[in-house]
Design a protein around this ligand. Structure first.
Ligand code: GLU
Length: 311
């Protein structure tokens, strides 16, 4: 049984598919600062649902970097890959309401269909081509047959049906570090029929993040502004599944010299590289605009008990 929420609950939720960079450090530090401001606790969640990209050694590196930064988390981390059955229960509930359909289209097929149509394709807030709904048109019998045949397929949310099923205006409360709050209207329709279970894994980012925020009793989500638009899908899923909607805060992203956001896929400088070049945790905090915690370590400048790979 879940205990009544007496204390705000925050989480930092990295994916172990590469080393952390300064953008992740900013996110973790903002969570730490906001949890301290509101008297909350901070949890760690490892978002490792992608078996093709996530590796246990990256989780170990993440924990080492967070330890070096001096961020303390309450309890043991939650690994999403250990909770796929719980995600499946939520999927079944959506399926039972007729809100999901199997889709066998590949990304290439979606792009080719868009090219063939000649028209400029509609895009989601991340710039990806909106799924044109090809498999939504399958009859009930064809859907059943597809699933029974074992053909690899994703499960997509029928967005129009889901919004109708939610049956009310969707919104969430956004909060800022200066204490301001505002109600924001969610517009999930701009994402189209999002994938809730992928071909290669029986869950998805959207489903897993909603499931695990609820399971961990998260009341305050602090994430990068690149995930602001995705929050609309999360609010829709929370309403459909009867889960509480946390408050949300979006922080600025750390940009590189070419003003692009830092990213693992583009090989941005990692915290490990900066550490090897001699950056201290204290300098990292100051560089990202966070005060250095006072305490026994403060006068040493650098928390040297973490400094095994410093030079
Ligand atoms: N795992 C996501 C990431 O590393 C963040 C999840 C979230 O804040 O919802 O970008």
């Amino acid at each position: 049984m879940q205990e009544p929420v007496t204390q705000p609950v925050f989480r930092f939720a990295p994916s172990p598919n590469g080393r952390l960079h300064l953008g992740h450090a900013l996110s973790a530090l903002r969570n730490e600062a906001e949890a301290a401001r509101l008297g909350g606790k901070l949890l760690l969640r490892i978002e490792d649902i992608d078996p093709t990209r996530c590796r246990p050694e990256f989780e170990a590196h993440i924990r080492d970097d967070l330890d070096w930064l001096g961020i303390a988390f309450a309890g043991e981390p939650r690994r999403q890959s250990e909770h796929l059955a719980e995600h499946g229960v939520l999927l079944d509930r959506l399926a039972a309401r007729g809100l999901l359909y199997p889709c066998a289209c590949s990304r290439t097929a979606i792009r080719e269909a868009a090219d063939a149509s000649g028209a400029e394709p509609l895009r989601d807030p991340d710039g990806a081509i909106l799924y044109p709904g090809t498999c939504r048109a399958l009859s009930g019998a064809q859907r059943t047959e597809r699933v029974a045949s074992g053909e690899p397929h994703a499960l997509r949310l029928d967005m129009a049906a889901a919004i109708e099923a939610a049956g009310r205006q969707l919104s969430y409360v956004r909060f800022w570090p200066d204490g301001r709050e505002a109600e924001v209207r969610a517009q999930p329709a701009r994402w189209g029929d999002v994938t809730l279970a992928r071909k290669e894994t029986p869950t998805s980012y959207h489903l897993a993040v909603v499931a695990d925020d609820a399971a961990q009793g998260v009341t305050h989500v602090v994430r990068g502004e690149d995930l602001e638009a995705a929050t609309d899908v999360h609010v829709l899923l929370q309403v459909l599944l009867g889960l509480p909607t946390p408050r949300y805060q979006f922080h600025e992203l750390v940009l590189d010299e070419s003003h692009d956001k830092l990213s693992k896929s583009r090989g941005s400088t990692t915290l490990a590289q900066l550490r090897a070049e001699g950056l201290t945790a204290r300098e990292a905090r100051l560089r990202l605009g966070f005060p250095v915690p006072s305490g026994p370590d403060a006068e040493h400048g650098e928390p040297d008990h973490h400094g095994s790979d410093r030079q």
